[in-house]
Write a protein that binds this ligand. Structure first.
Ligand code: PEP
Length: 252
């Protein structure tokens, strides 16, 4: 079983052909050799061709930040899973809190997107997480379980093939990170829920996301149920991202 940690950079709506090329070049030169961690980068759709060209044959994988819940058709502005497959995406983030918040994505829509990704041979990275108000109201566990349950309900026995990212909304882009104990507590809940749903001995990778950086990654990744990180801001600076990767424990 592959127990390497997985670090995924989420570039969000940042980048340009020139800055992406500079960042990727610096990353490829500076990566630890051999790389004992799985690393992937998720870019905006127009840059997937660039990632495919520059990263093919490298130790870095790439993916998208979203995928349509529809197979094909009159859905202007959407990108289908088959299109992502054309650009050899290994991953697609689904249900990022920015999509849930700004695009009113429901748990059911996120589940449909995860299903489309899997159907095209792409691993969905399913994001779940509570807002600050929900945490303060003691609803963290109920919220993340509800979000994940919708995906499990749709995917059934295929649930073992997804990556889950626990991203407390209050920690994303705020510089406020969950403590390793807070992250572990939620990851353990998600682990139990996945275990009950899959029952084939698979171990889904559960990533933590929310202001993870080179200084705090090692402590978060040392937690028994933290299998990697989904990294926003810190993935946009090569030196910081390389330090974060280097700080990963080699094996879970
Ligand atoms: C994210 O975009 O998923 C994220 C965790 O962002 P940041 O690392 O900037 O908080």
């Amino acid at each position: 079983m592959d127990m390497k940690k997985l670090i995924v950079g989420n570039w969000k709506m940042h980048g340009s052909l020139a800055s992406n090329q500079a960042l990727l070049t610096e990353l490829l030169v500076g990566l630890p050799q051999p790389l004992s961690t799985d690393v992937a980068l998720c870019a905006s759709a127009p840059y997937l061709a660039q990632l495919q060209t520059l990263l093919q044959g490298s130790p870095l994988a790439w993916g998208a930040q979203d995928v349509s819940a529809h197979g094909q058709g009159a859905y202007t502005g959407e990108t289908s899973a088959a299109m992502l497959r054309d650009f050899a995406c290994r991953y697609a983030i689904v249900g990022h809190s920015e999509r849930r918040q700004y695009h009113a994505e429901t748990d059911e829509l996120v589940a449909a997107k995860a299903q489309r990704a899997l159907g095209a041979g792409i691993t969905p990275i399913v994001c779940v997480g509570e807002t600050l108000a929900q945490r303060e109201a003691g609803q963290t566990e109920a919220v993340v379980k509800r979000q994940l349950a919708a995906v499990i309900h749709t995917l059934g026995h295929c649930s073992g093939e997804i990556v889950v990212a626990y991203e407390p909304v209050w920690a994303i882009g705020t510089g406020r990170t969950a403590t390793p104990e807070q992250a572990q507590a939620v990851h353990a809940v998600l682990r139990a829920q996945l275990h009950a749903a899959t029952a084939h001995g698979e171990r889904n990778r559960i990533l933590y996301g929310g202001s993870m950086n080179a200084a705090n990654a090692a402590d978060l990744l040392a937690q028994p149920d933290v299998d990697g990180g989904l990294v926003g801001s810190a993935s946009l600076q090569a030196a910081e991202f390389l330090k974060l990767i280097a700080s990963c424990p080699a094996v879970a």
